[in-house]
Design a protein around this ligand. Structure first.
Ligand code: PLP
Length: 357
């Protein structure tokens, strides 16, 4: 079976097998990871290793805190303003689609949210060119969504924000390729795509921005308090952190993020090349901004959507239905999707087109 879910998404099979093997007795401890105290020596080692692997994979520079939190990326849409306003009153946003819109809406509870560039006019099919952004030098930060999971629009460049801190929601492309962390003030994301099970939220933040949270900030979402307590101010999502550690190890064994990127580019090219040549299927996204992770596509005849999905399911290709807000189809091809999954999908697309095209 090939699972094309946008998230929670497929995890590497070898990781799931290892977790199953270790389920009842982790490394001879006699305990499942789920049963361990988060303050015990066993779990502290699991937590420390996961953080150190993540730092290594992303080459996180000195001066950044890596936090393992809860609350999801939508939670961060509130916690980031609470932590990073630092006495300022406005935030600049680039609106590239559904997830940007959610970030903007949430931030408006805490600050003025200025949309400095938007792709709304073209149906969110692209990233607005940097020279169209009207940045405010006094904004607390500039927020982008580096990969719009629903629309399939991805930044393939890092914006220069002229000294204003850059914040990115990387929920759906973190660890899919190398990132120059030093260009960002804060990177965040839910884990349930390339990292592990839902329940863990990653925040990587420049230390010098911390310590000025709004007084209303819940302590467990005050990044400074969590950083000072190794993300263990309260009980962390222990099992999700353990699983993330296994995934980080798997990525490292595959050759790290450079290898991930090569693999992801190969998979995406296979699918986009087919869509571009097809007269029946099409990609709605501008070529330069197409996501390597989430590939939305449409059938020329939408009345065949249900039949398409039924045939996919029968061939072991799961969760290809597009997000309810945009319709159509979407193939999410995260790190754990093997090239064979994309080959099987393209073979089915060809077969379907031959039958209906
Ligand atoms: N941002 C992006 C880009 C996403 O893809 C998602 C979700 O799936 C979210 C935010 C919301 O994340 P969560 O459900 O972890 O709050």
């Amino acid at each position: 079976v090939f699972n094309f879910s946008a998230g929670p998404a497929a995890l590497p099979e070898s990781v799931l097998r290892q977790a199953a093997d270790e389920m009842l007795d982790w490394h001879g401890s006699g305990m499942s990871v789920m049963e361990m105290s988060h303050r015990g020596r066993e779990f502290i080692s699991i937590h420390a290793e996961a953080e150190s692997l993540l730092r290594e994979l992303l080459a996180v520079p000195a001066g950044y805190k890596v936090l393992f939190l809860q609350g999801g990326a939508l939670g961060e849409n509130a916690f980031i303003p609470m932590n990073l306003l630092r006495g300022k009153t406005s935030i600049d946003f680039v609106n590239t689609g559904e997830w940007s819109k959610k970030s903007i809406k949430e931030a408006r509870k805490y600050a003025r949210a200025n949309v400095v560039a938007s792709a709304a006019e073209t149906g969110f099919d692209r990233v607005p060119a940097r020279d169209t952004w009207q940045l405010d030098p006094d904004a607390a930060y500039v927020h982008i969504c580096s990969n719009e999971t629903i629309g399939g629009v991805e930044y393939h460049w890092t914006p220069d924000t002229a000294g204003v801190p850059l914040v990115a929601d990387m929920s759906s492309n973190l660890l899919s390729r190398p990132v120059d962390v030093s260009k960002y003030a804060l990177i965040y994301g839910g884990a349930q795509k390339n990292i592990g099970p839902a329940g863990l939220t990653i925040v990587i933040v420049r230390e010098d921005l911390l310590g000025q949270a709004l007084p209303i900030t819940p302590s467990v979402f005050d990044f400074k308090e969590q950083a000072d307590n190794d993300s263990m101010l309260n009980t962390p999502p222990t099992y999700a952190i353990y699983m993330a550690g296994l995934v980080f190890n798997w990525i490292k064994a595959q050759g790290g993020l450079v290898a991930m990127e090569a693999h992801n580019r190969q998979k995406a090219a296979l699918l986009y090349d087919f869509l571009d040549a097809s007269k029946f299927f099409s990609s709605p996204v501008a070529r330069a901004d197409r996501s390597l992770m989430n590939v939305p596509f449409k059938l020329r005849d939408e009345s065949l959507d249900a039949e398409f999905l039924k045939g996919a399911q029968a061939r072991g290709m799961l969760q290809l239905k597009g997000h309810r807000s945009v319709g159509g189809m979407r193939a999410s091809i995260y790190n754990a999707m093997p090239i064979e999954g994309v080959q099987a999908l393209v073979a089915y697309l060809k077969e379907f087109e031959a039958r209906h095209g």
